[in-house]
Design a binder for this molecule. Structure first.
Ligand code: NAD
Ligand code: ZN
Length: 248
């Protein structure tokens, strides 16, 4: 019933934006942070994903990131990423705002992707403006900048760091503009990212949430679709595209 309701509502809107978290990539084999099998059950955030941790023990931090990069480089976009990309191609979805660092939305064919937390597939120099796009996991223990020989670091946003102003501005712009936001696979507790759906809600947008369980954002959702992203999103996409065919 709520799937039908969601589709009927989405058919009436003009500008859909998708907001994703680690749950959208769970079925690609990439562990989430929180939850039963989440990474934070096995690791301590303050040892691995903070600027202080990197200053204290860059080797350990790079080891952890290289392990995660190995998982990401082997992963393939799943049916949720593909359905979102298809909806963009068909003109329904205008942008994807993601908290993920895995690049799987782009791999699925999404074009307008805003990465709020950077990308694990990139590194940047800790001293100059050099950035490097990895095609595979680097071999060096401590990757260095080819321009100035300073240490490189993963081009991601660590806890306690500010987001890229450009990514944040673009995300806020899309959040204010959309009349429907589909929120997928996020616990909604990482700020300021979690404010994005709240901004859209405040502006009157319809909020549709897809998650295997309730999140901190469920209270603002107009429709909650409980289930795996890889099952729900292809069904939603199919129904929206069918509905559009019928109405044209
Ligand atoms: P999170 O780990 O806090 O929460 C994951 C959410 O996904 C939970 O609400 C869970 O119920 C839901 N979920 C799990 N499997 C699902 C499925 N198959 N279908 C639908 N929902 C599912 O993740 P978050 O909210 O994105 O916040 C954590 C931070 O972790 C982000 O800032 C992100 O940068 C980082 N992160 C990224 C990746 C990645 O790039 N793939 C992986 C882990 C963590
Ligand atoms: Zn440099």
């Amino acid at each position: 019933m709520s799937m039908e309701k969601a589709v009927k509502l989405i058919a009436k809107v003009n500008y859909v934006v998708v907001f994703t978290g680690a749950g959208v990539s769970a079925e690609s084999g990439i562990p989430t942070f929180r939850g039963k099998d989440g990474l934070w059950k096995r690791f301590r955030v303050e040892d691995l994903a903070t600027p202080q941790a990197s200053a204290r023990n860059p080797r350990l931090v790079w080891e952890w990131y290289k392990w995660r990069m190995r998982i990401v480089f082997q992963a393939k976009p799943n049916s949720a990423h593909l359905a979102i990309a298809r909806l963009e191609k068909e003109g329904v979805v205008k942008a994807v705002i993601t908290q993920n660092v895995d690049g799987l939305h782009q791999a699925a064919g999404s074009m307008n992707v805003i990465e709020l937390h950077g990308s694990i597939r990139r590194a940047r120099c800790t001293a100059c403006d050099f950035k490097l796009e990895f095609q595979e996991v680097p071999l060096e223990n401590l990757p260095r900048c080819p321009k100035c020989r300073s240490l490189l670091r993963p081009d991601v946003v660590w806890f306690g760091e500010t987001l890229s102003l450009d990514a944040w501005r673009r995300a806020v712009g899309e959040a204010m503009r959309c009349d429907c936001m589909i929120v997928v696979g996020t616990s909604g507790v990482v700020c300021p990212a979690a404010y994005i759906p709240l901004l859209s809600k405040e502006r009157g947008a319809l909020i549709i949430e897809v998650n295997v369980k309730q999140s901190a954002l469920t209270s603002v959702a107009d429709v909650f679709l409980k289930g795996r992203a890889g099952e729900i999103l292809p069904a939603v996409a199919r129904a929206i595209l069918d509905e559009r065919c019928l109405s044209t």
